[in-house]
Design a protein around this ligand. Structure first.
Ligand SMILES: *[C@@H]1O[C@H](CO)[C@@H](O)[C@H](O)[C@H]1NC(C)=O
Ligand SMILES: *[C@@H]1O[C@H](CO)[C@@H](O)[C@H](O)[C@H]1NC(C)=O
Ligand SMILES: *[C@@H]1O[C@H](CO)[C@@H](O)[C@H](O)[C@H]1NC(C)=O
Ligand SMILES: *[C@@H]1O[C@H](CO)[C@@H](O)[C@H](O)[C@H]1NC(C)=O
Length: 397
């Protein structure tokens, strides 16, 4: 069979077209990956002309999220960024409408100098320790698996563009009040006190980081202040249990309560099976520790080490619920929040019930066998390690 020249030509044409397209796809893919990895400047000679903390550069007025690429601040060295992150910078009385070109008049005080108020200095040093511990634990356990940030990793992270703040939501660790603060910072509400619980959680006023494109995610991760607040894991767990199962709840009782009661309660009454109300703490723990759970996990009891991907996102500030007011106010001053904005102290959900305390937690866990307590501790072990909480019960190992 002899092919005419026209046929040969058309074959080569399709061949070229196919490979051309394949190459293009590969190229675009590589570009994407390069965008996603938040690269660090490699050497100390990449000197920044502006010695301000990474989050205090230019105040962006105008539509947040627009002009993704033009807004990147100048590069800083790794070493300097570390100093900046830990230095107790006091910015002049904040004014979010200040023009982006007016820098603070004096360079920040470095950790060695004694100009910062002692409270701030103490908090800065504590941050340095916490971040160091986190990095060590992450390195030791290679806890992040992959090095690539996907939208899934940042799906719990809320964005406030005006103050360049990222906050990872940890339920039962002050998240409602943090969301109120974010709404005030973004201008969506004038006063934190005026925002009720439903508006905070269902009002759709806040953007999540996974709602941006890859470049938008990468840029914000690189230049914004990343904040995480954690809580003693068992107290957080008991707080979640009390909140979701001990008071009426039209979502958690049917969705979680019903399968938990039908799987773990012998002789459950018809009413209990129908409503899903009245789950006991031991039943809840059996569900939590069951590798074949009848219903999935939930953010209220998911370990923070999974919820917020701390090994991947390298948070700038790791706060503790136990001292949230002081530490949150520290963050607010750092990011240049209005002076009159202080962290609110609302107790959401069941305002009349007492806050979950260490003593109360002990009482709930006393209903469990030693081996279940051990397994619950093991379940949250990474959180205990990463956030430097000590073993909750003496009989654990
Ligand atoms: C903020 O700055 C604007 C002008 O840039 C000024 O009119 C306003 O009074 C300032 N507000 C505060 C609280 O300093
Ligand atoms: C862990 O906590 C203890 C006190 O509870 C403290 O003395 C120690 O400095 C902390 N370690 C780190 C690395 O934060
Ligand atoms: C369940 O109920 C039956 C009859 O009421 C009783 O005989 C049985 O012992 C109960 N089982 C458990 C595990 O309570
Ligand atoms: C802070 O002050 C501004 C005016 O300077 C006011 O509009 C705002 O409501 C105040 N915020 C709080 C939380 O008091």
């Amino acid at each position: 069979v002899v092919l005419g020249p026209g046929k040969i030509l058309s074959c080569s044409f399709w061949f070229l077209l196919l490979f051309g397209a394949g190459g293009l796809v590969l190229f675009i893919h590589l570009q994407d990956l390069a965008d996603m990895v938040p690269e660090e400047p490699s050497a100390d000679h990449a000197v920044s002309p502006m010695p301000f903390p990474a989050f205090a550069w230019d105040r962006v007025s105008g539509t947040p999220g627009s002009r993704e690429h033009e807004l990147g601040p100048p590069r800083v060295t790794k070493r300097r960024r570390k100093l900046l992150k830990t230095s107790p910078v006091l910015r002049p009385a904040s004014n979010s409408s200040a023009p982006p070109s007016s820098p603070p008049p004096s360079p920040p005080s470095l950790p060695g100098s004694n100009t910062a108020p002692p409270g701030r200095r103490r908090l800065s040093l504590a941050q340095e320790e916490r971040r160091h511990l986190m990095q060590n634990v992450c390195a030791r356990y290679r806890a992040d698996g992959s090095r690539t940030v996907t939208p899934h990793h940042v799906s719990r992270v809320y964005v406030e563009d005006r103050h360049r703040l990222l906050y990872c939501e940890v339920p039962k660790a002050g998240c409602s009040n943090w969301k109120r603060v974010l709404m005030v910072l973004s201008g969506a509400a004038p006063l934190a006190g005026a925002i009720d619980h439903d508006a905070v959680h269902y009002g759709n006023h806040l953007k999540r980081l996974d709602s941006f494109d890859r470049a938008g995610i990468a840029r914000r991760l690189r230049f914004y202040t990343k904040v995480l607040f954690v809580r003693e894991p068992m107290e957080r767990l008991v707080s979640a249990f009390r909140d979701k199962f001990e008071s009426p709840n039209s979502y958690y009782h049917p969705v979680f309560g019903k399968p938990i009661i039908s799987r773990y309660r012998a002789n459950a009454s018809k009413v209990a099976l129908k409503t899903g109300s009245g789950v006991t703490f031991p039943e809840f723990i059996r569900y939590l520790l069951d590798v074949h759970r009848p219903v999935g996990m939930d953010i209220h009891w998911e370990p923070v080490s999974q919820l917020c991907s701390p090994c991947l996102l390298d948070y700038d500030f790791i706060g503790k619920f136990e001292t949230i007011e002081e530490e949150a106010d520290f963050v607010l001053r750092q990011i240049g929040a209005p002076r009159n904005l202080t962290f609110p102290t609302f107790k959401d959900r069941n305002p009349k019930a007492a806050r979950t305390s260490a003593h109360m937690t002990e009482h709930y866990f006393s209903q469990l066998s030693t081996s279940d307590r051990q397994r619950a501790y093991d379940f949250y072990y990474m959180d205990y390690l990463m956030f430097n909480y000590s073993k909750p019960f003496q009989d654990l190992y």
